[in-house]
Write a protein that binds this ligand. Structure first.
Ligand code: MN
Length: 347
């Protein structure tokens, strides 16, 4: 049914499939800090299928995830390491298999990374980020995949567990694909992605209701913060076909910011005619969070690596800076001339 035509990296996937073949395994699923729709959707979608088959699973996150994702089946059982470190560690130590989803650098699980090397479990990675997949016994990685949720669907297919996927699991995986592609506006040109989406819709999900759950559930404060950001905190640099946004902790407090409120802001400048590169700087307690987005061949993974030692995908990347907000923006602006040719190359 699903044809694979995309280059991917795999390591000992058969061992992972074999491992899952008989029910009753204890499995922990873990994803990255500040989990997004793909991280949570992949984790809960896979968890649901594995539990439907008869495995015992725990989903673990380093910290909280946005409220607009908490309707997903199993979201109320997700263990947060920042709230329950002891219980989370116990679950990881009990697990015979740990499945890491939507990241490959151990630093992405923050303080849990210190514990990683003491764990005995078999480790499977399912991910679509560029990077090194050391630290894992089995790997299913495909940088050209729309999302980890898409890879989870492919993995479930290979495990012959599609018959264990119910509507709730399909809702989780659809949410992962939808959010990681900006509602199918990027990273979604592969026919395979759409075939998988078609299969998920055939399982009875209500895609419009899912869209409303995720995108039409903002607080009034979040909408005002967006308006303020675009009006007062946006700089457009036509000579670099670039625009950037920034928010200080004072700005965030003024609008009653809660986690997830600035999700997606970084995409707005790309709607300006001619703009191909967008950056967003948010002041956190002890660092500046940096997000890059781009269109076409402008490689913001490389830019993020060189300027802020972060990374991600060609068109979406993230990083951190330990300087002040002003210094971070100065560092960014100072780097732009070096990319002028790339930013102005072709349409
Ligand atoms: Mn992802």
């Amino acid at each position: 049914m699903i044809q694979k035509g995309i280059p991917e990296f795999r390591k000992d996937i058969d061992r992972a499939i074999e491992f899952l073949h008989s029910p009753g395994r204890h499995i922990a699923l873990i994803t990255h800090v500040n989990p997004d729709g793909d991280a949570i959707g992949s984790s809960l979608g896979l968890l649901r299928v594995l539990e439907n088959f008869g495995h015992t699973c725990t989903a673990i996150v380093p910290n909280d995830f946005p409220r607009c994702l908490k309707w997903m089946a199993g979201a109320d059982r997700v263990l947060r390491y920042d709230l329950q470190p002891g219980r989370t560690l116990d679950k990881l130590k009990e697990a015979e298999m740990i499945i890491a989803l939507d990241f490959n650098e151990i630093g992405r699980i923050k303080r849990l990374a210190d514990e990683w090397h003491n764990l005995q479990a078999f480790r499977l990675l399912i991910d679509h980020h560029p990077g090194i997949q050391a630290h894992f016994d089995s790997v299913l990685s495909d940088q050209s995949a729309s999302s980890t949720a898409e890879l989870v669907y492919r993995f479930i297919t290979e495990c012959s567990l599609l018959d264990r996927m119910d509507r709730e699991a399909a809702e989780c995986l659809f949410s992962g694909i939808m959010t990681d592609t900006g509602c199918f506006s990027y990273n979604s040109s592969s026919p395979l992605t759409w075939r998988i989406v078609a299969e998920l819709i055939a399982m009875g999900i209500d895609k419009d209701a899912i869209y409303h759950q995720i995108y039409d559930n903002y607080s009034a404060g979040r909408m005002r913060l967006l308006g303020f950001t675009l009006h007062e905190r946006m700089e457009v640099l036509p000579e670099y076909r670039t625009a950037y946004l920034w928010l200080s902790t004072n700005d965030l407090q003024r609008f009653g910011f809660v986690s997830g409120d600035s999700e997606g802001f970084v995409n707005y400048p790309l709607s300006i005619e001619g703009i191909r590169f967008s950056a967003f700087f948010v002041e956190k307690e002890d660092h500046i969070k940096v997000s890059f987005r781009s269109k076409g061949k402008v490689d913001v993974n490389q830019m993020m690596r060189r300027i802020f030692q972060g990374g991600g995908h060609v068109n979406a990347s993230g990083g951190e800076c330990n300087e002040s907000l002003g210094e971070t923006i100065s560092r960014f602006r100072a780097a732009l001339p070096g990319y002028k040719a790339e930013l102005n190359h072709e349409a």
